[in-house]
Structures are given as structure tokens and as C-alpha cells.
Design a protein around this ligand. Structure first.
Ligand code: SF4
Length: 347
């Protein structure tokens, strides 16, 4: 099996066996985004520099494979700072890529903890946007999913009741704003592009003076992965999306596949969850992965499919991504010192 951008790969060496053919259309881009990559690097470098354990508040990114892998290296995942045992409050604690309410770093400072913030810079941008609107005296509507850590983090940048959360077009009808001429909106970064456009249109119809970002705050990675799925979904009989059930952007990819011509679309965590009964009799399969799912999961799924099918893989490329984010300065400086210390020891 080989990956190609435009051509189908040569026949698999085992094609002459009596296995059915399966053409896999592989979406590109897929999998890790720059924010996830940065967050994982932050945990890994912290472990390297400070040693284990390193505490991580909430799953660093919503992917079981990633979390288990970091646990094996010495990361300890907690939901609240108070779970860190008193004798470990000097250990680093990392805030997840989804962002945290303002109260969390304040709490860490009060407890004299050493924290490193792995919030994706594109989420931080939304935090700043919300604060700017608030300082201008505007009411703020946040489009997002109630209870998602990113939404909790964004709402937590402002005092309670400063933000009106809407999840659907129907919710727009129920919002009550004291001065509709002073209103702004922000969005969660991992929403469905199409659903959000509908909500924004409903907001603009109800509140013509509402201001917001030129495009929604949905990030480049979420947008590109959804657009790539839209290209593939109408061409395949089934579609598998790699991702964990609590990953917002992975779930959105399944919804996009379903509404763009592939009702037989499913979220799976890894190759052990391939729904073989739903693949029976098909000859084309779409494959993608949410922004928190590593490429190894895609490779493992293809390897498992090759056991039962004669597989060809065609990569369908929407665009190539070149976005990268630096890790925080505190960690870059610590890494330089660590490397210098090692060099001295070696001499
Ligand atoms: S999905 Fe977007 S907002 Fe979330 S971590 Fe990735 S780049 Fe950042």
C-alpha cells in the first residue's frame, strides 16, 4: 500500500488472494493540528526537563491514545488543582489546550504552584476578543457547546452572567438583551462551519447591529478538516473518523460526512472499533481523523483493513497546512538551561 495525492496506489501484493477490493479515500488535512501538537510538546518537554510526575489539568487534548501515552511517561491527569497531593505542589501543572477560566491560574498562584499554560493560541485569541468586547461595554453572545472545557474557559474570562451562550438557531430566539445595539459575538473554535453560519445569520437577523469576527472564530484546522471531509463524503459508501467521543471537532467531522452524502459515517477510537458489519459489501471507504487524533491511529486502521481487503489508498488533498506554534517562553528558556547543563556534564 502506498499513499498518493492524485493516483491510486499500485495493487497490493496480496491482491491476487480472494479478498474484496477496498479503495480508501484518505482526507488531507486530517489529525493533529498546530495547537494539539504544541500542547503535547509542552507535556513531553516538561517531563524531560522537570522529570515525573508532571500534573495536567484535564485531558491535555481529547484523545485517549494521547492521554494514555503521556500517562505512561509520567504525566498525571487531574480535573482540579486540589487533587494534587500537598507534597507535590512544587511539581509543574499544565493547563490543557482547551483553555481555562481566569480563576484557575489565580488559584494556582494562591497555592504557589508552578503552572504552564498549554491553551491553544487560537483559543487565547477568542479569550482576548471576548475581553475586548466586554471592556467596550458590550453584551457578549458565545456560540458553543454547554459544558465543553473550551466554552467553560472562554466564559470564565468574564464575570458570571456577562456571556449569553447559544448552541442552536432556536436558542437565538430566547436571548434577552437589554441594549441590542451594543452586542458582540464570539464562537468556540471547533464547531461545525455550516451550523455556525446559520446561527450567525439568525443573530444578525435578530440583532442587526451585532459585531463579531470577520469570519467566525472556528479555527483553520477545524475548517480544513471539515472541508476535506466534504470532498470525500459524496464519493464513498462508508466513512470512518478517528477520534475520541469527547472530541468536539471529531464529532463534527462525522456530522459533516453524514450531511454531505455519506450517511454510513462513524466515529471510532482505534482499529479495534472498526464496525466490520457496516463495511460489508462496500468497495469505497473515506477516512479522516479529528485534530487530536495521531496519525498512528490512521495507519493502524489501514493495516487492519488490509487484513480483510485488497486495499488501495488515494489521498484527497484540500490543502497543505504549515501552521506551527511556539511552546511558551518559560519552557524554551528552561529547555536551553537544561541542554547547557547536560553539555557541561558531558565535558
Ligand atoms: S483544533 Fe484549532 S483551536 Fe483547537 S487546538 Fe487545534 S488549532 Fe487550536
Amino acid at each position: 500500500m502506498t499513499f498518493t495525492d492524485t493516483d491510486k496506489s499500485p495493487p497490493c501484493p496480496r491482491q491476487d488472494e480472494h479478498r474484496p477490493s477496498l479503495n480508501i479515500l484518505l482526507c488531507a488535512p486530517r489529525g493533529f493540528c498546530a495547537g494539539v501538537d504544541r500542547a503535547i510538546q509542552i507535556v513531553e518537554k516538561s517531563l524531560e526537563i522537570y522529570g515525573a510526575p508532571v500534573y495536567v489539568r484535564h485531558e491535555i487534548v481529547h484523545n485517549k491514545f494521547v492521554v494514555e501515552n503521556l500517562k505512561a511517561k509520567g504525566a498525571v491527569f487531574i480535573e482540579e488543582l486540589e487533587e494534587i497531593p500537598p507534597h507535590h505542589t512544587d511539581r509543574p501543572v499544565i493547563f490543557s489546550a482547551h483553555g481555562v477560566p481566569k480563576s484557575v491560574p489565580i488559584d494556582a498562584q494562591t497555592r504557589r504552584m508552578f503552572y504552564i499554560d498549554a491553551t491553544c493560541p487560537l483559543v487565547t485569541k477568542v479569550h482576548h476578543e471576548a475581553m475586548r468586547h466586554y471592556k467596550m461595554g458590550l453584551d457578549i453572545v458565545l456560540i458553543g457547546h454547554a459544558g465543553h472545557p473550551e466554552v467553560i474557559g472562554t466564559m470564565g474570562q468574564l464575570p458570571p452572567h456577562a456571556v449569553h451562550l447559544v448552541e442552536t438557531v432556536a436558542d437565538v430566539e430566547t436571548i434577552n438583551i437589554s441594549d441590542p445595539s451594543r452586542l458582540a459575538f464570539c464562537t468556540q473554535t471547533t464547531l461545525s462551519v455550516d451550523d455556525t453560519a446559520d446561527i450567525v445569520a439568525a443573530l444578525k437577523a435578530k440583532f442587526p447591529h451585532i459585531i463579531g469576527p470577520g469570519r467566525e472564530d472556528i479555527c483553520y484546522a477545524t475548517t480544513n478538516r471539515q472541508e476535506a471531509v466534504k470532498m470525500v463524503a459524496p464519493r464513498v459508501e462508508a466513512m470512518l473518523i478517528l477520534g475520541s467521543p469527547n472530541s468536539s471537532n471529531s464529532n463534527r467531522l462525522v456530522e459533516v460526512a453524514k450531511s454531505y452524502g455519506c450517511p454510513n459515517a462513524l466515529l471510532i477510537g482505534d482499529q479495534s472499533q472498526i464496525p466490520w458489519d457496516r463495511l460489508e459489501g462496500i468497495s469505497s471507504l473515506g477516512l479522516s481523523a479529528g485534530a487530536s487524533a495521531p496519525e498512528i491511529l490512521i495507519k493502524n486502521v489501514i493495516a487492519a483493513l488490509e487484513e480483510k481487503y485488497s486495499v488501495t489508498v488515494e489521498e484527497i488533498t484540500l490543502t497543505r497546512e504549515h501552521v506551527t506554534f511556539n511552546i511558551p517562553r518559560i519552557l524554551r528558556d528552561a529547555q536551553d538551561n537544561y541542554a547547557q547543563g547536560r553539555d557541561k556534564q558531558a565535558k
